[in-house]
Design a protein around this ligand. Structure first.
Ligand SMILES: CC(C)(COP(=O)(O)OP(=O)(O)OC[C@H]1O[C@@H](n2cnc3c(N)ncnc32)[C@H](O)[C@@H]1OP(=O)(O)O)[C@@H](O)C(=O)NCCC(=O)NCCS
Length: 172
């Protein structure tokens, strides 16, 4: 997909509606299933707080043509194997999948992060049986480090791939 057909816009209060559209059994098949209303509201508040607290940024992915919100992509700081890193995640609503939207939006989000990153590394941890998400990593320039048992949601370990971008190596 031509990246100019998409825009990344910072998360706002109005994006709770988008989060609810993402919270379906199909969309959340690889990330522990749908969340409760309380968990969705908590996630929404966390996304709103990423920028003010300086730990990350969540975006809604918007079609440039008509402003339709079709998904989300974003990152936040976390500790991984003793190192402070960024972790990125993405969602594209089912009717819009398979058009290259996630790959283009993730490539743009990585480039935006590379311009302002304080930390050297960005990771993503798709489940090994999530081929679309692993393909997004590959297309957005992540390097596969190997498999790991990734804890998400808390208390539940999923066999996942550890993909990484060294941000200093990315063109500004
Ligand atoms: C993962 C997700 C964001 C991909 O969105 P998308 O916009 O359909 O992805 P793209 O169209 O950019 O496709 C990226 C690549 O994935 C491949 N792909 C897409 N669906 C696939 C599938 N079911 N099996 C194998 N490959 C697939 C595409 O072929 C493409 O690679 P290619 O260009 O080399 O052919 C979307 O499926 C989704 O939101 N899933 C539910 C949420 C989720 O799992 N998020 C990730 C959590 S780690």
């Amino acid at each position: 997909m031509d990246p100019s057909l998409l825009r990344l816009e910072p998360w706002t209060d109005a994006d709770l509606a988008l989060l609810r559209l993402i919270n379906t059994p199909e969309m959340r098949k690889h990330v522990g299933g749908p969340e409760t209303e309380e968990q969705v509201l908590h996630r929404h508040r966390r996304y709103l707080d990423f920028v003010p607290s300086g730990i990350g940024c969540m975006y809604r992915i918007v079609l440039a043509e008509d402003g339709t919100a079709v998904g989300s992509v974003g990152y936040a700081e976390r500790t991984w194997q003793g190192e402070a890193v960024y972790e990125m995640g993405w969602n594209v609503l089912t009717p819009y999948q398979g058009r290259g939207i996630a790959a283009a939006a993730t490539t743009a989000a990585v480039a935006a992060l590379a311009r302002l990153a304080r930390l050297p590394h960005l990771h993503a941890f798709p489940a090994i049986d999530n081929p679309a998400s692993n393909a997004v990593c590959r297309k957005a320039g992540f390097t596969l480090l190997g498999e790991t048992d990734f804890e998400f949601p808390p208390g539940r370990f999923t066999r996942s791939n550890d993909w990484r971008v060294t941000l200093a190596d990315r063109p500004a």
